[in-house]
Design a binder for this molecule. Structure first.
Ligand code: PMP
Length: 433
């Protein structure tokens, strides 16, 4: 057998073993799933030696690039000294990272709690808000995604990701985050925002008991297809929420750390002052980290013990610190703005007249392309699947999403260069007919 045949059969074998041992609902990308075995910067290589430009970064998680030497060195150094101690002992990398994040958060008198994932960050935020407000009522956005636990699924507004209806919260879902498919889609931005605020007020008057704990929203919906309301809408929401004492939770799991280009946090596009921020994904560049930031009074309202064995782990925090430092030293937020704007403009110029393209939207390096049927609105998941295979065969990895699986998601590491962006755009544009 030739070497190429050999590696193909080992991929087929691995796929068979995956199917035998992994749950059926752990979906794999591509008709012929690939095994990524190596990465460098914005490129990854599969087990057969094929090289791809990685414009999805393991779901917006590879933030500064694959195997950035400074981050690798910090992980290796910490791994050689102490991998784990638990939160029962003083932990220098955790404290240093918490100090940096508190300072960057925009929340006064901030404290930070670390978890191993975004889901647990959502749970921690909801625990704080419901305890502080002595209420289990929560407001969330339609088409949202906040994680896979019972609590996080309860606030998620996307039925494709809500595996269970069991819920610890009483949740009302609001209009606004998905203008392209909103019942208010015919309205201009100002009228649209007004309709959404009226919807919020109507929910508070009719469906809620009066003592709602919090409102939670992603500034740009990730899993939902990189969709977002007009800038400022969530600020208008917060003005209403404040009148009722309702806390504001900004889910920054995908939008944090400058990914949206114009801002370090997604909430800043709305003039919001969040009570709680949740974060995860990009901070660890692939190390398992999440967490929440909240003002001291709110953070300290929990009266029982509550620890996370792995949350704040020294290895993970040492890597995350080096990663965050790299991001700040290289001003990757500015790069996200510059390259993101270039990419969105180029995509609009090249693709917006193609009938299959319903909408091209994006902020910084979170770029969505929604594919539709000839009527301009009906979701075209078949076309998205086709483009997806085409991009892969041209050596480009992107993401898919949206309620109907018809949105392409393009989210390179924030370190992507102009030349890499050009290469990726060429491959993407050639794949969309
Ligand atoms: N919130 C948002 C906005 C997310 O996109 C995700 C993950 N896709 C989560 C929470 C949950 O994070 P995790 O998968 O790390 O549990």
């Amino acid at each position: 057998m030739s070497e190429a045949n050999d590696s193909q059969s080992s991929r087929a074998d691995l796929l068979a073993r995956h199917r035998a041992v992994a749950p059926s609902w752990l979906a794999l990308y591509y008709e012929q799933p690939i095994e990524l075995t190596q990465g460098e910067g914005c490129y990854v290589t599969d087990g057969e030696g094929n090289r791809y430009l990685d414009f999805f970064g393991g779901i917006l998680t590879t933030m500064t690039g694959h195997c950035v030497p400074e981050v690798v060195a910090a992980i290796q150094e910490q791994a050689g000294r102490l991998v784990h101690s638990s939160t029962l002992y003083l932990n220098r990398p955790m404290i240093e990272l918490a100090e940096r994040i508190a300072e960057l958060s925009g929340i006064p008198d901030a404290k930070v709690f670390f978890t191993p994932s975004g889901t647990e960050a959502t749970d921690a935020a909801l625990l704080l808000a419901t305890t502080f407000r002595r209420s289990n009522e929560v407001l969330a956005m339609r088409n949202s995604y906040h994680g896979r636990s019972f609590g996080a699924m309860a606030v998620t507004g996307n039925r494709g990701w809500s595996a269970s209806g069991l819920t610890p919260f009483n949740v009302q879902h609001l209009h606004g985050a998905y203008p392209f498919r909103s019942p208010f889609r015919a309205l201009g931005p100002a009228e649209y925002a007004k309709a959404c605020v009226l919807d919020l007020e109507d929910v508070l008057t009719t469906a809620a008991s009066g003592d709602v704990a919090c409102f939670i929203a992603e500034p740009v919906q990730g899993v939902g297809g990189f969709t977002y309301p007009p800038d400022g809408l969530y600020g208008e929401f917060q003005a209403v929420l404040k009148r009722h004492g309702i806390l504001y939770v900004s889910d920054e799991v995908q939008t944090g750390w400058g990914r949206t280009g114009d801002h370090f946090w997604g909430y800043e596009a709305h003039g919001v002052s969040p009570d709680i921020i949740t974060f995860a994904k990009g901070l660890g560049n692939g190390l398992s980290i999440g967490g929440i930031v909240a003002g001291a009074e709110l953070m300290d309202c929990i009266q029982a013990n509550s620890i996370s064995t792995f949350g704040g782990n020294p290895l993970v925090c040492a890597g995350a610190l080096a990663n965050l430092q790299y991001l700040l030293d290289h001003d990757l937020q500015r790069n996200a703005r510059t390259i993101g704007t270039y990419m969105i403009d180029t995509l609009r110029e090249s693709l917006s007249r193609r009938p299959v393209v319903g909408e091209i939207r994006g902020k910084g390096l979170m770029i969505g392309i929604e594919l539709v049927e000839a009527d301009g609105l009906t979701p075209n998941a078949g076309a998205a699947a086709e483009v997806f295979e085409q991009t892969r065969s041209r050596g480009l990895l992107i993401g898919r999403g949206g309620l109907y699986g018809n949105c392409l998601r393009i989210a390179p590491p924030l370190s992507v260069t102009r030349a890499e962006a050009e290469e990726g755009l060429d491959k993407l544009i050639a794949s969309i007919q």
